[in-house]
Design a protein around this ligand. Structure first.
Ligand code: SAH
Ligand code: SF4
Ligand code: F3S
Length: 441
């Protein structure tokens, strides 16, 4: 057995990075590492980074600056950068930051144990290939520890859509789906370890088309099979592209009880002119009709989305179209961002919208989205929903969990024997800005 070493991982960016960090920890478990949440006692620190907006990448460089003291205090400490900044700026990170020992891109995590051995020997290691082999196939050696009630499971990676603003096709590579059998066996393993809710992940998860028995499986087929696993009570998936919502997937929302009534379906803008310039390949109207069909299949579904304001060329009238689309959809939850120029993407070369204009539009959009979110939450009051309890609440005797619609719900459970991982019926009694309160039914 190798000597026990401590691994500290800091994760930025999307849920796929959260999943990848777990898998990296497992891969390095075979090299004798156990995870710590205290960077000061670590023998290896990995920053799992995000490149989606400019600020995300800056965060990594300032975090590296803060780690200098730790490295001075412990010369055996090794520091690695993983994730999408590693992929985009690998060589430059090594050049700019002498304290970085290891740079690994998102498709090369299965090579981490070999890279770790090299950096232990005093070398610096860089791997930002897009290898042919599936990184997940080689990440199987893992401790079968008990898990909390919810888990992520990446089923699809990469993107072939090339929206004009987005770095993902460059940092994560081409769209690849994992074989259905591997997804199913990983899901069964998670359920045996205590998981009751699985969120399937992919940058274009609804474009999933993995090898399965009898040919390629769609996401709908995969969900229907997952739903048959005993003990798996809840299934979610994220993130989806409007153009990949097929009829079967929409139907599954009405038919599969385990598929939760929540859908993250980013539209980015309500202006057809901007959508075209973004290379989104859908219109505001096609999106609204799609939402209509989804709601016909599952009337109580909560829709969430992403918006970008101040995309190059966006006028006040384009922005008014975005506000109108938001008004028509009624989002339960939404993320909105100011357009951030990403070097190497087509939109970076175009005339940019001025910063104060972006600030103003973001403020107005967020005010509208906030009102909608609150209205949707208030409508939940009086309704009965499922809540999967996850942790203690803010007050004694209180537990908090996620509702079917992904709201955080606080419930007083003292004396009712509710434990982490219990799924119970709850009547919603009140709505706070970012959560709900309820009582056990
Ligand atoms: N694959 C998903 C999400 C990709 S990234 C999808 O297609 O929707 C998550 C969100 O970040 C995007 O939906 C978009 O709203 C935002 N985003 C991506 N690139 C951006 C940029 N250059 N500036 C601002 N926001 C961006
Ligand atoms: Fe980025 Fe567009 Fe691909 Fe989503 S669909 S990851 S926004 S390029
Ligand atoms: Fe960020 Fe990469 Fe995810 S850029 S959003 S970590 S895919």
């Amino acid at each position: 057995m190798p000597a026990e070493r401590k691994l500290f991982i800091k994760t930025y960016g999307c849920q796929m990075n959260v999943y990848d960090s777990e898998r990296m920890a497992e891969a390095l478990g075979g090299s004798g590492y156990v995870v710590t949440d205290d960077a000061e006692e670590a023998d290896m620190i990995l920053l799992n980074t995000c490149h989606i907006r400019e600020k995300a990448a800056e965060k990594m460089y300032s975090e590296l600056g803060r780690l200098r003291g730790l490295k001075d205090a412990n010369p055996d400490l090794r520091i690695g950068v993983a994730g999408c900044v590693a992929q985009a700026e690998g060589q430059e990170i090594l050049r700019r930051q002498p304290l970085v020992d290891l740079v690994v891109g998102p498709q090369s995590y299965h090579r981490l144990p070999q890279m770790e051995a090299r950096v232990r020997g005093g070398e610096r290691a860089l791997d930002t290939d897009f290898p042919d082999e599936d990184k997940f196939d080689h990440l199987a050696a893992r401790p079968r520890a008990r898990r909390g009630p919810g888990a992520f499971l990446t089923v699809q990676e990469g993107c072939d859509k090339f929206c004009a603003f987005c770095v993902v096709p460059y940092t994560r590579g081409a769209e690849v789906s994992r074989p259905a059998a591997r997804v199913l066996s990983e899901a069964r393993d998670l359920v045996e370890r205590g998981v009751r809710e699985i969120t399937l992940l992919g940058q274009n998860v609804n474009a999933y088309h993995g090898d399965g028995t009898g040919g390629e499986w769609s996401l709908a087929r995969l969900i229907r099979e997952l739903a048959r696993i005993d003990g798996l009570d809840r299934i979610r998936y994220t993130t989806s592209h409007p153009n990949d919502m097929d009829d079967d997937l929409i139907a599954a929302h009405g038919e599969v009880a385990e598929l939760m009534p929540y859908l993250h379906l980013p539209v980015q803008s309500g202006s057809d002119r901007v959508l075209k310039a973004m290379n989104r390949k859908h219109t505001a109207d096609s999106y609204l009709r799609l939402i209509g069909r989804i709601r016909a299949a599952r009337p109580d579904i909560l829709i969430s989305g992403d918006f970008i304001v101040g995309f190059p060329g966006e006028t006040e009238s384009d922005f008014a179209d975005t506000l109108a689309l938001v008004g028509a959809v009624e989002y339960g939850q939404c993320y909105s961002f100011k357009y951030s120029t990403r070097p190497g993407t087509p939109a970076a070369e175009r005339p940019q919208v001025e910063e104060p204009v972006k600030d103003d539009r973001l403020r107005r959009l967020q005010a509208l989205l906030r009102d909608q979110q609150h209205a949707v939450q208030r409508r939940m009051v009086g309704q009965e929903v499922g809540v999967l309890f996850d942790k203690p609440g803010r007050e004694p005797g209180q537990m908090v969990g996620k509702s079917d619609h992904l709201h955080s719900v606080f419930v007083f459970v003292a004396g009712d024997g509710v434990a982490r991982g219990d799924l119970r019926r709850v009547r919603i009694t009140a709505s706070a800005p970012n959560s709900l309160a309820g009582t056990l039914v």
